[in-house]
Design a protein around this ligand. Structure first.
Ligand SMILES: Cc1ncc(COP(=O)(O)O)c(C=O)c1O
Length: 455
């Protein structure tokens, strides 16, 4: 399997044949791609033998950490027994059915059903269609419009990129598609002005009310948001935000869709992010931590409100994927969830490592170039700022973030930057010593920013 001659040449082969997601290929080919060969725990190793602490759990997904043999074995066993069968024409497979039951067991009283997909993006497309189908089945075919947020992220399919509020994505491919509208985000540091965080949280939430009134209640199907905006920069909303959003959705009779793709499966110290914020979604896309990224799988958690229509008068829902509920992915996900349960990882994040991480992360606020360092569970966002008293931003926010990110990388720490925010989302198994290492290395990178960029 390890064809060494080919491996030594892998960067050149990659440049010749492999188009990477979210990458400037010209720039990447000139620089050469890093080749990650193996991983264990929270560490990844590249082809030069360098070791990095992955403070990002791959792409917010490797919740149980790398190197879990029991997940590999569960997948292997399933592959030998039944590598594939679909769930289209009146059939299912044991892992798909048992996984739906297992997910529902952690999702509270109202979210009892799951529609499987292969990714978070497909989950977005799925709930988007479901929301419209739901209202049509209830005799309200005019309720089609969906409201999302600027700087939100819901995937990269056409519906996903449209619902996301990323301008650069919209510019490629004439997006958003029709029927999608965006309101502001609860990003107090950058947009809160003179308001307190609590006041700003209410103001940001009430943009939803205003948008629904502008479009008309009878035209709006749903509102979607991530509990904490991930790709947008780990934007943690003020405490006033979510209760007001929930109130408005209820008062205006629109579906509340909470995107749990990142926040689900323990990241915020609850099984799902909406449980942390005490709100009840009608639909909730999931992926990532569902299998800890060991195999691709996603889905949509469906509340009784919507499911009653789907299993009631709807008839066929003309939607699905060849690999919806893939038995091997489902078997891996079941073992992943078994590990989360057995090791008490959700409770560990809530009661132990989450608070430890919060304290260590917060300690960076004493640094001259840190505006704020906030976290919930094991999801941290750190605002770079040349002047915290006035909450001033760097003149070139992207450059500031990249400088810090690259310094971390050179020192064996994988962090992500979104503009001038540094993002952390490590495996739920990270140790206290490893948290200390993240903070120590990040602090050095912040020193580097302070000493390099004078504003
Ligand atoms: C909140 C959220 N929703 C949806 C997605 C899309 O998931 P995927 O990349 O699996 O399609 C992502 C991916 O990062 C995400 O962060």
């Amino acid at each position: 399997m390890n064809d060494k001659p080919a491996l030594s040449n892998l960067a050149a082969i990659d440049a010749a044949h492999h188009l990477h997601p979210f990458s400037d290929m010209k720039e990447l080919n000139a620089r050469g791609t890093r080749i990650i060969e193996r991983a264990e725990g929270v560490f990844i190793y590249d082809s030069t033998g360098r070791k990095y602490l992955d403070a990002f759990a791959g792409l917010w997904c490797v919740n149980v950490g790398y190197g879990r043999k029991s997940i590999a074995e569960a997948a292997y066993r399933q592959m030998q027994e039944l590598p594939y069968y679909n769930s289209f024409f009146g059939t299912t497979t044991p892992p798909a059915t048992l996984l739906a039951q297992k997910i529902a067991s952690h999702a509270g009283d109202r979210l009892k059903r799951v529609f499987f997909t292969n990714s978070g993006s497909e989950a977005t497309d799925t709930w988007f269609r479901m929301a419209r189908v739901y209202w049509k089945a209830l005799g309200k075919p005019g309720k089609t419009e969906v409201i999302a947020r600027r700087n939100g992220y819901h995937g990269s399919t056409v519906a996903g990129a449209s619902l996301g509020g990323m301008k650069l994505m919209h510019e490629q491919g004439n997006l958003p598609i029709e029927g999608i509208h965006h309101i502001g985000q609860p990003y107090w540091y950058a947009e809160g002005g003179d308001l307190s965080p609590a006041e700003f949280g209410l103001k940001a939430a009430r943009e939803l009310e205003a948008k629904i009134e502008e479009l008309g209640d009878d035209r709006v199907a749903a509102f979607v948001a991530e509990p904490i905006q991930g790709a947008g920069g780990v934007i943690i909303p003020p405490e006033t935000y979510w209760p007001e959003i929930a109130r408005i959705c209820k008062a205006k009779n629109i579906l509340l869709v909470v995107d749990e793709v990142i926040c689900g499966f323990g990241r915020l110290g609850e099984w799902f992010g909406h449980q942390h914020y005490g709100v009840e979604p009608d639909l909730a896309p999931i992926a990532k931590g569902l299998s800890s990224g060991y195999l691709p799988i996603g889905g949509v958690l469906v509340s009784d409100r919507v499911a009653d229509v789907m299993v009631g008068e709807l008839g066929d829902f003309y939607h699905g994927f060849t690999y919806s509920g893939h038995p091997v992915s489902a078997a891996a996900a079941l073992e992943n969830i078994r590990i989360i349960e057995e090791e008490g990882l959700v409770e560990r994040v809530r009661d132990d490592i989450g608070p430890y991480f919060a304290k260590a992360w917060k300690s960076l606020e004493d640094h001259a170039v840190v505006g704020e360092a906030e976290s919930v569970g094991l999801m941290g966002g750190l605002q770079l700022s040349p002047d915290k008293a006035t909450r001033r931003r760097y003149a070139k926010p992207d450059d500031a973030g990249i400088l810090v990110r690259n310094h971390c990388l050179e020192n064996g720490l994988v962090m992500r930057a979104t503009a001038d925010r540094m993002l952390a989302s490590p495996a739920l198994t990270i140790s206290r010593a490893e948290v200390d290492e993240v903070v120590e290395k990040l602090r050095k990178a912040l020193d580097h920013l302070r000493d390099t960029v004078k504003e």
